[in-house]
Design a protein around this ligand. Structure first.
Ligand code: SAM
Length: 248
C-alpha cells in the first residue's frame, strides 16, 4: 500500500518548493523505518488525513483547529510524540502543530491518541492538535508573519560532521525565517545532547540579534515534558542542554 499518497495540490506545493530549495532546506533524515504493522498502516491511511494540518490553513494557522485557539505552538521533529502529546494535553486552549517526517514516529503519536479498539475512520480527532507529516520547513516558509506563539526543537538530528552543518535545523540561514513567523517575545525551546550541536547552537545563537537567550541549563525545567531522545542521552552518558531563546 502506498503510504505517501498526496493530493494534486499538495504535490504541487511540495514540488514547487522542492525546486527552490537551497542546500540548508533539503531533507536528509529517514522517512521510513520498519514496515508499518496493520494497525499502524490504518492509523497512517485513515486517521492521519483527518488530523493532518490542512493546506487551507497555511495563511492562517488558527483556522486548522476545531476551535479558534488562544495561541498556536509548533514542534519540529517530534520523534515518538511524547513531548507533543504532553504539551497538547497540558494546554487545552493552545492549537498545537506537531511536525515529523518519520512515518513510524507519526504512527507512534497517533497510536497514543486512540484505543486499540477505536475505528481509525470514525474515532473523534482532538480539536487542538494537528500533525504535519512533511518537512516542517515548508510550514515555516508558508506561515504568515508573527503567526506562531511558541516553537519547540527537542533533540534535533545533530549531523555532527562539519561538512554536514548545512543539514542542521539550527543554522544562520534559518534564524531570520523563524524570527519572521514568531510573534514578538515568543519563546523558542531547544534541547540537544550532542556536544558538537551544543557548541554549534551557542555559536549560531551567539552571532545573531534576532533572539536573546533567556535560559541555558543542564537540568530539564520541571514543566518540560521528557522525550525519548532525552532518555537515550542519559542511558548513553550524554548530558543534554536545554535553552530558551526569546524573539526580540
Ligand atoms: C533525533 S530525533 C528527536 C525526536 C524527538 N524530538 C525526541 O526528542 O525524542 C529528530 C527528529 O526530527 C525529525 N525531523 C528532522 N528534520 C525534520 C523536518 N525538517 N521536519 C520534520 N521533522 C524533522 C526526524 O525525522 C527525527 O525523527
Amino acid at each position: 500500500m502506498n503510504t505517501t499518497k498526496k493530493s494534486s495540490s499538495e504535490k504541487e506545493l511540495l514540488f514547487s518548493l522542492e525546486n527552490e530549495k537551497p542546500a540548508t532546506e533539503r531533507l536528509y533524515g529517514r522517512r521510513r523505518g520498519h514496515p508499518l504493522r496493520d494497525r499502524q498502516q490504518r492509523l497512517y491511511d485513515d486517521y492521519l488525513p483527518r488530523i493532518k494540518f490542512p493546506q487551507s490553513a497555511l495563511k492562517n494557522p488558527k483556522d486548522a483547529f476545531g476551535q479558534i485557539p488562544e495561541e498556536v505552538w509548533m514542534e519540529v521533529g517530534f520523534g515518538g510524540g511524547e513531548h507533543s502529546i504532553a504539551r497538547h494535553r497540558a494546554n487545552p486552549d493552545v492549537g498545537y502543530i506537531a511536525c515529523e517526517v518519520f512515518e513510524n514516529g507519526v504512527c507512534s503519536l497517533l497510536s497514543n491518541l486512540l484505543d486499540e479498539t477505536d475505528d481509525e475512520k470514525t474515532a473523534p480527532i482532538p480539536d487542538m492538535l494537528r500533525l504535519w507529516n512533511e518537512d516542517a520547513r515548508i510550514l515555516i516558509r508558508e506561515f504568515p508573519d508573527q503567526s506562531i506563539d511558541k516553537l519547540f526543537l527537542m533533540f534535533p538530528d545533530p549531523w555532527p560532521k562539519a561538512r554536514h552543518s548545512k543539514r542542521r535545523f539550527v543554522h544562520p540561514d534559518r534564524i531570520p525565517l523563524l524570527h519572521r513567523i514568531l510573534r514578538p517575545g515568543a519563546h523558542w525551546h531547544v534541547a540537544s545532547d550532542d556536544p558538537t550541536y551544543q557548541e554549534w547552537v551557542l555559536e549560531v545563537m551567539g552571532n545573531q540579534s534576532y533572539f536573546e537567550k533567556v535560559l541555558e541549563t543542564s537540568e530539564r525545567p520541571s514543566n518540560w515534558p521528557s522525550t525519548r531522545y532525552e532518555q537515550k542521552a542519559y542511558q548513553a552518558g550524554r548530558q543534554p542542554i536545554f535553552w530558551i531563546f526569546k524573539k526580540v
